[in-house]
Design a protein around this ligand. Structure first.
Ligand code: ADP
Length: 401
């Protein structure tokens, strides 16, 4: 079965076409700058790349361009788009309703619309991608894979905020968590590598990319995670602040900051960018810190310290810990940061091997031989997880999540 995986953002659509169940990527790419003067399609297949500039006014046109490219005589990998039997869509917010991936019908669409209130930047473009795929591929099964679904097992004690209870009852204000597909994928993969039954596996998973979050996984299920009602809570990120005293907002409101500027400040002007004043990109920050820039170094120190605190908190919440797992652009590549985060964690059984850590490539065990807790680097593969769910729900064999 050919499964098309779609991740639709506000001005882009990323795609990967899989041959399932072999999990072979036939082609992948992205349409960028949708709605702008000139848009761009980058497409790769068979280790070759093809890129074109085109006018793509909206997501419908973007989807059409992707399908046309996939079935193109020269750069395509299929002879007809009818070969695409199912489409898996990344959807950010599934609220309390979705505990797993779902075949999309009108009820599911209505719920995704409803949760746009909680994820105004993500759910509307996700939905646009779904609508476009439904129009262009009306015979294909459409599946929604929610970032929040893996976290649906978090118990009340970890998802409730200590606000008046009616805030939860009226508005469903609670911790939902995000990056669930990634946390689930790396936890499952780590259990497989370590030869532990996935439902007996305890881990702290650290997804460190532009957005960063951590999850406590107990017996294969998410029992706590650092992002909350929105992706703002928790770790220091590229431009998001993560945790801080909410009273700072009242204080600044009193100083004349309005709602819009506070929102922009916390989501777009904080984190690595806010502290360093220079960049939201960890590669730049690391280079600057190496050349002696104090604020870049401070940004890294705060970033690592916050992660270390969460590892300690989740180790306490889990009781027994089998592994700490690093993933995402930073988690997979920033060796120095992994070493800094894991330093002096011996007392909770976490010992990193600096040589193994430095030499780590792709999936690696970077823990010291006598470390009771394994430290693993596992490149995330959310697209593969979505392809597996989609294949299963569209009638293929169970993927064994
Ligand atoms: P997204 O969350 O958008 O998927 P990624 O997972 O690709 O992002 O992560 C992007 C982050 O990873 C950026 O901050 C980037 O600087 C960082 N990164 C990528 N490679 C390295 C590296 N070799 N060293 C340090 N940081 C890196």
């Amino acid at each position: 079965m050919k499964v098309l995986v779609i991740n639709a953002g506000s001005s882009s659509i990323k795609y990967q076409l899989y041959q399932m169940p072999e999990a072979r990527v036939l082609a992948k790419g992205m349409v960028e700058r949708i709605g702008e003067e000139s848009s761009k399609l980058a497409h790769s297949y068979d280790a070759k790349t093809h890129s074109i500039d085109a006018k793509v006014p909206d997501h419908e046109a973007g989807m059409e361009l992707i399908l046309k490219t996939l079935a193109d005589k020269e750069v395509g990998v299929i002879s007809n788009i009818s070969e695409i039997e199912s489409v898996g869509h990344r959807v950010v917010h599934g609220g309390e309703e979705f505990t797993g991936s779902m075949l999309i019908d009108e009820t599911v669409v209505k719920s995704i619309e409803k949760f746009a209130d909680l994820a105004p930047l993500h759910n509307p473009p996700n939905l646009t991608g779904i609508r476009a795929a439904q129009h262009k591929l009306p015979k294909s099964a459409q599946v929604a894979c929610f970032d929040t679904a893996f976290h649906s097992t978090i118990p009340e004690v970890a998802y409730m905020y200590a606000l008046p209870y009616e805030i939860y009852e009226k508005y469903r204000v609670r911790r939902y968590g995000f990056h669930g597909t990634s946390h689930r994928y790396v936890a499952r993969r780590a259990a497989e590598i370590m030869g532990i039954d996935k439902y007996e596996f305890n881990a702290v998973t650290c997804h460190l990319g532009n957005g960063c979050s951590m999850t406590a996984v107990k017996n294969g299920k998410s029992v706590d995670t650092s992002m909350g009602l929105t992706p703002l809570e928790g770790l220091v990120m590229g431009t998001r602040s993560g945790d801080f005293d909410p009273a700072i907002l009242f204080y600044l409101a009193d100083k004349g900051y309005d709602f819009k500027s506070l929102n922009a400040m916390c989501n777009k002007q904080s984190g690595l960018l806010g502290i360093s004043g220079l960049s939201n990109d960890m590669r730049n920050i690391s280079e600057l810190a190496e050349t002696g820039n104090k604020r870049a170094k401070l940004a890294i120190d705060i970033f690592c310290y916050r992660i270390k605190k969460y590892i300690g908190a989740y180790a306490a919440a889990l009781g027994r810990l089998d592994a700490v797992i690093f993933t995402g652009g930073i988690g997979e590549n920033a060796t120095g940061l992994r070493a800094q985060i894991c330093s002096e964690l011996n007392q909770i059984g976490i010992k990193i091997d600096l040589t193994k850590n430095r030499d780590a490539r792709k999936e690696s065990d970077v823990s010291a031989d006598d470390s009771p807790v394994k430290v693993l680097v596992i490149p995330t593969n959310e697209e593969l997880a979505i392809a597996k769910d989609t294949f299963e729900l569209a009638g293929g064999k169970p993927s064994g999540k």
